[in-house]
Each structure stands twice: as structure tokens, then as C-alpha cells.
Design a protein. Sequence first.
Length: 52
Amino acid sequence: GIKMIYLLTALSKGGKAGLLGGAGVGKKVLITELINNTAKKTKGYSIFCGIG
């Protein structure tokens, strides 16, 4: 809810964020969607390191 809005607001302004959570809750899906949307909207770049 509110915490996710804060995360997305920071990312839209060029900030950095960490996404923590338990196994199987969709963290990797959310991150890859953010990367795809950023690449389509801007000519920017993203760094993603998935561990586990």
C-alpha cells in the first residue's frame, strides 16, 4: 500500500531503493516490470542483481 507508493516515488525521481521480502511474493516480477517500463519510457538504464 503506502510503502509501495513511497518506493515508486523515489524511483521516479532517480532515487535508489532496495526491495526486501519473503520467498514467492513477487519481488523479481515487480523489479523486472519497473525495468521494462523505465526502458520503454526513457533512454535510461537499470542495474538488477537477483540473488537467490
